[in-house]
Design a protein around this ligand. Structure first.
Ligand SMILES: [Zn+2]
Length: 393
């Protein structure tokens, strides 16, 4: 998925293109967008996806159309200000010249998060494409940011006026404030200051190589970027299910490991759907997974009642919303297994019989001894509502 520039008559517009973990622009109507920058700061962009009336959602700024993603990303990357009208761009290299190009794409990396509870996309930005009438350039964001940080870190050799502008850029970025016209002015002033500081400097162009030249920094060659379409783009699938898969994939990092350890301990390395114990052997990696019921990223609930211990096969079946635990009766009852309509519609009865039995009551000894640690009914109900689960009859 990426944000793409669409040429429509005079001024172009940005839209959300492609899909990510099964979500497409249509699923993200009215959502707002944040950027998780390589410095770790999550910034508001004040952009939202306006459903519009043409059926094609457009990315719009809540402040002013002037603060579209192109202008924001460019000034954060210390690139000259792009144009909004492609027809007015300049042909020929270098591409990055003041109002001489359009920032036509911002690619979403695999760590982009979709938080449905408050309808926010937190973009993990990977690259931007710069485009003019004849040339195109892809800029890897992490690599470019590392170059900028190297400049931030060695300011002493810069002429005073240039240095103070770089300090202003650094200070603005460190503030975490949403990007506004001030940051673009700083970059614009840098472009101009370099003309006075470097003989033969081409005015209005990308200031970063000039700063590196003044500091004697030789940037490392950039990583070879994968083609944009291979970054975080996946075939569209049923969105609710894939959102669920996405949630489970978000188990990671230290808190994810702690969660996994606690779940495995509470269930004794046992799969709650089939009772198999695939763990507790010192030399063999555990074969049971700690599956979240509600998304870690969405609900931040790394607690045992928000998880269930499942073998690889049953984790898959749970993940794919084929076979789910369901509390049928009173509060003290153990859950039963239920196939979903999705499972019945798409898999043979023989295959489903290998997975489990519809409405089979699970055994209490497969669950934690303390019922307070059992999968939460509230969380399960919430999950089923979120995924619009239809259980088989
Ligand atoms: Zn199992």
């Amino acid at each position: 998925m990426h944000i793409g520039f669409r040429r429509s008559g005079g001024r172009g517009e940005y839209e959300v293109v492609g899909s990510h973990t099964g979500l497409s622009a249509m699923d993200l109507e009215s959502w707002t967008f944040q950027l998780r920058w390589p410095d770790g700061i999550v910034r508001e962009t004040d952009l939202w996806l306006d459903p519009g009336d043409s059926g094609k959602p457009r990315l719009r700024s809540l402040r002013s159309q002037a603060f579209q993603i192109g202008r924001q990303a460019a000034s954060m990357l210390m690139l000259p200000e792009p144009r909004r009208n492609y027809d007015g761009t300049l042909s020929g290299l270098p591409v990055a010249r003041h109002k001489g190009y359009v920032l036509t794409r911002l690619g979403f990396g695999p760590d982009t998060e979709f938080t449905g509870i408050n309808d926010v996309v937190t973009i993990d930005p990977v690259f931007v494409d710069l485009d003019n009438q004849t040339d195109k350039e892809t800029v890897g964001i992490r690599h470019r940011w590392a170059r900028i940080e190297a400049v931030y870190a060695s300011l002493d050799l810069l002429p005073t006026n240039v240095r103070s502008l770089v300090v202003q850029h650094r200070t603005f970025m460190a503030s975490g404030d949403p990007v506004d016209a001030r940051l673009g002015s700083i970059v614009r002033n840098l472009e101009r200051a370099l003309a006075g500081a470097i003989a033969g400097w081409v005015a209005d162009t990308d200031p970063l190589p000039g700063l590196e030249a003044l500091l004697g920094i030789v940037p490392l060659p950039g990583p070879s970027l994968p083609p944009p379409d291979e970054i975080g783009e996946e075939e569209p699938v049923v969105s609710a299910r894939s959102a669920h898969e996405y949630r489970l994939a978000k188990i990671r990092g230290a808190s994810g490991r702690k969660f996994s350890t606690e779940i495995r301990a509470a269930y004794g390395n046992r799969c709650a759907f089939c009772g198999a114990v695939y763990g507790g052997v010192a030399s063999v990696r555990s074969g049971v997974d700690a599956a979240h019921i509600l998304a870690w990223s969405k609900y931040d609930l790394d607690v045992v009642p928000n998880g269930i211990s499942l073998c690889k096969l049953h984790h898959w079946a749970f993940d794919a919303a084929l076979l789910l635990p369901y509390y049928e009766g009173s509060r003290r009852d153990i859950p039963t297994l239920r196939f979903t309509q999705l499972a019945v519609d798409n898999f043979s009865a023989d295959t489903l019989a290998k997975l489990g039995m519809h409405k089979q009551t699970l055994r209490p000894e497969w669950f934690p001894s303390d019922p307070a640690l059992w999968p939460s009914r509230t969380y399960l109900d919430r999950l089923y509502a979120d995924l619009a689960i239809e259980f088989a009859a």
